[in-house]
Design a protein around this ligand. Structure first.
Ligand code: SAH
Length: 309
């Protein structure tokens, strides 16, 4: 099954509208919610200022944003708002354009929507997961994402999937493309959820993906999933593994990534104590050298496990 890049307006105009919201850190979630409601294509934030990007269409960004803010906060936006028109050579556009389709398996590609360079190499008939390069991690280029994508590709047809730290939504959307009945993507980062919401509109079956912003506790504790995937950092993985196991149905799968080879023994110990047995594992080198900030460690370690009960 392959999706089509529905509603991809960005390539239609050579310009962007940049909206700057001079909002304090405590208002960041409201800013993100209002932006999500009015269709920004990406945003970045520094203390006290959020900049968001919109396609340059006839629609005036300021009143649209203010209406979205009213909907979210019940009042007009109290923070200074400015807009300016930017040429397409701004950094966001340049980065977005640098993202190329990636082949994960013979039958699975992850690609930015539109007509990116390199598209002609894509295998006819392969599944394509369309991911808008945005604030959500997960364009498909990272070895940790790819390890989990390979397993999801190899074992299609899960009923219910839980994707913890969904980022761009790439794992959940892949599970859906591989026949999953429904998926929940959860992320503590509102910007990631916003990006995942955008990607949900780009992919067939996207309506089968429910998105939740918050920690794992925000998902009903009694809900059971036959596949739980989590691409997180090495510390969070150790901490959350028992809870991920509880949420996995008997005979299901728990996929984890984001740890490095040096974490293997510790995490396998935690997994065993949680009642998980190892089915498969993967060590993957970063294309660009060691993972950032981890000097002596050069390989990511990912695992595919099943409840041992
Ligand atoms: N699933 C995507 C993105 C992984 S990046 C992929 O595989 O490519 C990790 C994501 O997890 C980030 O978006 C981050 O905001 C989120 N995250 C980190 N800790 C989390 C936690 N405790 N609960 C939920 N989300 C978390």
């Amino acid at each position: 099954m392959s999706g089509s890049p529905v509603g991809h307006e960005a390539s239609a105009s050579p310009h962007w509208i940049e909206l700057a919201v001079a909002a304090p850190a405590e208002a960041e979630e409201t800013v993100a919610a209002a932006l999500a409601a009015c269709g920004t294509l990406g945003a970045w934030t520094v203390p006290g200022l959020v900049r968001a990007y919109f396609p340059d269409t006839a629609v005036a960004v300021l009143p649209v944003f203010d209406a979205a803010w009213r909907e979210v906060a019940g009042e007009s936006c109290p923070y200074p708002l400015t807009t300016r028109r930017l040429p397409s050579v701004d950094w966001l556009a340049a980065w977005r354009e640098s993202v190329r389709p990636i082949q994960v398996t013979p039958q699975l590609w992850v690609a930015p929507p539109g007509a990116p360079p390199g598209r002609e190499a894509m295998t006819p008939g392969a599944a394509v997961i369309w991911i808008e390069p945005g604030q959500g991690f997960g364009t498909g280029s990272h070895p940790t994402t790819q390890a989990l994508l390979r397993w999801l590709d190899r074992e299609p047809g899960f009923d219910r999937v839980l994707d913890v730290g969904t980022g761009s939504g790439v794992l959940a959307l892949t599970a859906i493309a591989r026949g999953a009945g429904e998926a929940i993507g959860i992320d503590i980062d509102p910007w990631a959820v916003m990006n995942a919401a955008r990607n949900r509109t780009l992919n067939d079956g996207g309506r089968r993906l429910a998105l939740v912003q918050g920690p794992l506790d925000a998902v009903a504790p009694r809900a059971r999933f036959d596949c739980v995937v989590a691409n997180l950092d090495r510390v969070s993985l150790g901490r959350l593994l028992p809870d991920l196991t509880v949420r996995c149905a008997d005979g299901g799968r728990v996929g984890m990534a984001g740890a490095v080879v040096g974490d293997r023994e510790r995490l396998l110990g935690t997994a065993a104590r949680s009642g998980l047995a190892l089915l498969d594992e993967s060590t993957d080198r970063d294309a660009g050298g060691p993972p950032d900030g981890l000097d002596n460690i050069s390989e990511w370690w990912s695992a595919w496990l099943t409840p041992d009960r």
